[in-house]
Design a protein around this ligand. Structure first.
Ligand SMILES: [Fe+2]
Length: 179
Protein backbone atom coordinates (compact mmCIF):
# COMPACT_ATOMS: atom_id res chain seq x y z
CA UNK A 1 0.00 0.00 0.00
CA UNK A 2 1.41 3.34 -1.02
CA UNK A 3 0.86 5.83 1.84
CA UNK A 4 1.32 8.95 -0.26
CA UNK A 5 -1.91 10.78 -1.22
CA UNK A 6 -3.13 9.95 -4.71
CA UNK A 7 -2.57 12.74 -7.23
CA UNK A 8 -4.73 11.34 -10.04
CA UNK A 9 -7.33 8.61 -9.60
CA UNK A 10 -7.46 6.03 -12.41
CA UNK A 11 -10.76 7.40 -13.73
CA UNK A 12 -9.82 11.05 -13.26
CA UNK A 13 -9.25 13.32 -16.24
CA UNK A 14 -6.90 16.26 -16.00
CA UNK A 15 -7.24 19.24 -18.31
CA UNK A 16 -5.28 18.77 -21.51
CA UNK A 17 -3.23 21.34 -23.41
CA UNK A 18 -4.59 20.15 -26.77
CA UNK A 19 -7.88 22.07 -26.78
CA UNK A 20 -10.00 18.91 -26.84
CA UNK A 21 -13.17 19.07 -24.74
CA UNK A 22 -13.69 16.84 -21.70
CA UNK A 23 -16.63 14.66 -22.90
CA UNK A 24 -14.89 13.66 -26.14
CA UNK A 25 -11.59 13.10 -24.33
CA UNK A 26 -13.32 10.86 -21.78
CA UNK A 27 -14.63 8.56 -24.53
CA UNK A 28 -11.26 8.52 -26.29
CA UNK A 29 -9.33 7.74 -23.10
CA UNK A 30 -11.67 4.80 -22.38
CA UNK A 31 -11.08 3.41 -25.87
CA UNK A 32 -7.34 4.01 -25.69
CA UNK A 33 -7.19 2.18 -22.36
CA UNK A 34 -8.97 -0.80 -23.94
CA UNK A 35 -6.45 -0.65 -26.78
CA UNK A 36 -3.54 -0.45 -24.32
CA UNK A 37 -4.86 -3.42 -22.31
CA UNK A 38 -5.41 -5.47 -25.48
CA UNK A 39 -1.93 -4.68 -26.84
CA UNK A 40 -0.30 -5.75 -23.56
CA UNK A 41 -2.37 -8.94 -23.31
CA UNK A 42 -1.52 -9.89 -26.89
CA UNK A 43 2.12 -9.02 -26.17
CA UNK A 44 2.18 -11.54 -23.29
CA UNK A 45 0.63 -14.24 -25.45
CA UNK A 46 2.87 -13.65 -28.47
CA UNK A 47 5.99 -13.51 -26.30
CA UNK A 48 4.97 -16.80 -24.70
CA UNK A 49 4.67 -18.34 -28.18
CA UNK A 50 8.11 -16.94 -29.06
CA UNK A 51 9.43 -18.83 -26.01
CA UNK A 52 7.69 -22.17 -26.52
CA UNK A 53 7.64 -22.62 -30.31
CA UNK A 54 9.42 -25.75 -31.53
CA UNK A 55 9.60 -27.93 -34.62
CA UNK A 56 11.08 -27.54 -38.14
CA UNK A 57 9.83 -23.93 -38.48
CA UNK A 58 11.26 -23.00 -35.08
CA UNK A 59 13.75 -20.33 -36.12
CA UNK A 60 11.70 -18.12 -38.48
CA UNK A 61 8.68 -18.32 -36.16
CA UNK A 62 10.77 -17.67 -33.05
CA UNK A 63 12.17 -14.55 -34.75
CA UNK A 64 8.87 -13.36 -36.23
CA UNK A 65 7.03 -13.72 -32.90
CA UNK A 66 9.73 -11.73 -31.13
CA UNK A 67 9.47 -8.98 -33.73
CA UNK A 68 5.68 -8.91 -33.35
CA UNK A 69 5.91 -8.86 -29.53
CA UNK A 70 8.34 -5.91 -29.66
CA UNK A 71 6.00 -4.05 -32.03
CA UNK A 72 3.04 -4.65 -29.69
CA UNK A 73 5.01 -3.15 -26.78
CA UNK A 74 6.11 -0.17 -28.87
CA UNK A 75 2.52 0.48 -29.95
CA UNK A 76 1.29 0.11 -26.35
CA UNK A 77 3.81 2.73 -25.25
CA UNK A 78 2.55 5.19 -27.89
CA UNK A 79 -1.05 4.61 -26.79
CA UNK A 80 -0.21 5.10 -23.09
CA UNK A 81 1.60 8.34 -23.86
CA UNK A 82 -1.35 9.59 -25.91
CA UNK A 83 -3.59 8.88 -22.90
CA UNK A 84 -1.41 11.04 -20.64
CA UNK A 85 -1.28 13.77 -23.32
CA UNK A 86 -5.09 13.80 -23.21
CA UNK A 87 -5.02 14.15 -19.40
CA UNK A 88 -6.07 10.55 -18.75
CA UNK A 89 -4.50 7.78 -16.74
CA UNK A 90 -3.08 4.76 -18.63
CA UNK A 91 -4.12 1.44 -17.08
CA UNK A 92 -0.76 -0.01 -16.07
CA UNK A 93 -1.05 -3.13 -13.92
CA UNK A 94 -1.55 -6.64 -15.36
CA UNK A 95 -4.72 -7.40 -13.35
CA UNK A 96 -6.54 -4.27 -14.54
CA UNK A 97 -5.24 -4.71 -18.08
CA UNK A 98 -6.57 -8.27 -18.15
CA UNK A 99 -10.04 -7.02 -17.13
CA UNK A 100 -10.11 -4.29 -19.77
CA UNK A 101 -8.60 -6.23 -22.67
CA UNK A 102 -10.78 -7.23 -25.62
CA UNK A 103 -9.05 -10.63 -25.76
CA UNK A 104 -8.42 -13.33 -23.16
CA UNK A 105 -4.86 -14.56 -22.64
CA UNK A 106 -4.39 -18.23 -23.53
CA UNK A 107 -4.33 -20.41 -20.37
CA UNK A 108 -0.88 -21.35 -19.08
CA UNK A 109 0.78 -24.34 -20.75
CA UNK A 110 1.93 -25.29 -24.22
CA UNK A 111 -0.58 -26.21 -26.94
CA UNK A 112 -0.30 -27.41 -30.53
CA UNK A 113 1.69 -24.84 -32.53
CA UNK A 114 -1.06 -24.31 -35.12
CA UNK A 115 -3.68 -23.82 -32.40
CA UNK A 116 -1.49 -21.27 -30.61
CA UNK A 117 -0.83 -19.32 -33.81
CA UNK A 118 -4.48 -19.46 -34.88
CA UNK A 119 -5.43 -17.92 -31.54
CA UNK A 120 -2.84 -15.16 -32.11
CA UNK A 121 -4.35 -14.53 -35.53
CA UNK A 122 -7.91 -14.41 -34.18
CA UNK A 123 -6.93 -12.14 -31.28
CA UNK A 124 -4.96 -9.87 -33.60
CA UNK A 125 -8.12 -9.71 -35.73
CA UNK A 126 -10.08 -8.44 -32.71
CA UNK A 127 -7.37 -5.84 -32.08
CA UNK A 128 -7.44 -4.44 -35.62
CA UNK A 129 -11.26 -4.43 -35.68
CA UNK A 130 -11.24 -2.32 -32.49
CA UNK A 131 -8.52 -0.03 -33.90
CA UNK A 132 -10.69 0.71 -36.96
CA UNK A 133 -13.70 1.46 -34.78
CA UNK A 134 -11.73 3.62 -32.34
CA UNK A 135 -9.96 5.56 -35.11
CA UNK A 136 -13.37 6.34 -36.60
CA UNK A 137 -14.70 7.39 -33.17
CA UNK A 138 -11.72 9.67 -32.50
CA UNK A 139 -12.12 11.31 -35.93
CA UNK A 140 -15.85 11.84 -35.33
CA UNK A 141 -14.96 13.63 -32.07
CA UNK A 142 -12.42 15.85 -33.87
CA UNK A 143 -9.40 14.15 -32.28
CA UNK A 144 -7.38 13.68 -35.44
CA UNK A 145 -4.13 13.13 -33.51
CA UNK A 146 -5.55 10.01 -31.90
CA UNK A 147 -7.10 8.95 -35.22
CA UNK A 148 -3.69 9.25 -36.92
CA UNK A 149 -1.96 7.30 -34.14
CA UNK A 150 -4.52 4.49 -34.23
CA UNK A 151 -4.41 4.24 -38.03
CA UNK A 152 -0.61 3.93 -37.92
CA UNK A 153 -0.86 1.11 -35.38
CA UNK A 154 -3.64 -0.47 -37.46
CA UNK A 155 -1.49 -0.62 -40.59
CA UNK A 156 1.52 -2.05 -38.72
CA UNK A 157 -0.55 -4.69 -36.95
CA UNK A 158 -2.36 -5.61 -40.19
CA UNK A 159 1.09 -6.34 -41.68
CA UNK A 160 1.93 -8.59 -38.74
CA UNK A 161 -1.31 -10.53 -39.20
CA UNK A 162 -0.63 -10.85 -42.92
CA UNK A 163 2.80 -12.37 -42.17
CA UNK A 164 1.35 -14.69 -39.56
CA UNK A 165 -1.28 -15.92 -41.99
CA UNK A 166 1.49 -16.82 -44.44
CA UNK A 167 3.20 -18.92 -41.76
CA UNK A 168 -0.09 -20.81 -41.43
CA UNK A 169 -0.38 -21.37 -45.21
CA UNK A 170 -0.64 -24.91 -46.55
CA UNK A 171 1.96 -24.70 -49.34
CA UNK A 172 5.43 -26.26 -49.04
CA UNK A 173 8.55 -27.09 -51.05
CA UNK A 174 9.04 -30.35 -49.14
CA UNK A 175 8.14 -32.98 -51.77
CA UNK A 176 7.25 -35.57 -49.17
CA UNK A 177 4.57 -33.25 -47.81
CA UNK A 178 2.99 -32.36 -51.16
CA UNK A 179 -0.39 -33.94 -51.91
FE1 LIG B 1 13.76 -14.12 -26.76
Amino acid sequence: MNPSPIRQAPDQLRSNPLGLDAPSVKATVEELNRTLATLYTLYHQVKKHHWVVEGPEYLPLHEFLDEWAAQLLKDADEVAERITALGGYPVSGPAEQEKLALIAMEPEGVYALRAMLEKDLADGGKLVAALRQYAQGAAARGDFGTEYLLKGILLTQEKMLHHLEHFLGDDTLVRALLP
